[in-house]
Design a protein around this ligand. Sequence first.
Ligand code: COA
Length: 183
Amino acid sequence: MANEYGAKVTTVWTTRAETSQDLAAIRSVTEAAFPTPDEAGIVDALRADPTAWIPGLSHVCEDEDGQVAGHAVLSRCTVDGSPALVLGPCSVTPAAQRQGAGTAVIRAVLDAARATGERLVVVLGHPNYYPRFGFVRASLLGIRTSFEVPDEALMALDLQAERAEQRAPLPQGVISYPPAFGV
Ligand SMILES: CC(C)(COP(=O)(O)OP(=O)(O)OC[C@H]1O[C@@H](n2cnc3c(N)ncnc32)[C@H](O)[C@@H]1OP(=O)(O)O)[C@@H](O)C(=O)NCCC(=O)NCCS
């Protein structure tokens, strides 16, 4: 974003866990970010599913005026039957895209999951975007979907990588998604 003199202005994003006050804003950010309302429906369906939804693992970012500009959610999936997390849908309102909001809110929700001891996160998304958070190609870790996806689009992150040698190996096998994703 540029100011009235054409200088680049960097927005400071504030991130926090969602509250019940945020639901309408999250819906409108998600609807604005995606071409169809399907992803907004996925977020609502995840929130309505106590086996998938984990309180504290849905975060928003606000601009300096307190407007919600971005959202990221982690929900429960399994890999070969072991608990893991799936990231997404992730949304930033179009006017705020490419200004760091997505990076801020995704970092925040991953940090929250790391702090609770969660280990493994999977994401299906753009292979140029998610490596900045530490995601690597899931196939390198032996993790796959039950449906066809481009190999580079399925990525996985070991949240406890710094202490990986003290931990059990990551689960390998097929991801079982929450029903909200319809896959
Ligand atoms: C993807 C999304 C969440 C990223 O948030 P953002 O705030 O725009 O991204 P940031 O400002 O944190 O990061 C910008 C970087 O992301 C990259 N980027 C943004 N959107 C991208 C996209 N759709 N595909 C690939 N790269 C993308 C930019 O190239 C930029 O890279 P750089 O920093 O190396 O220049 C946001 O653009 C969005 O809501 N897009 C539409 C919905 C979507 O596709 N969601 C992801 C699938 S779940």
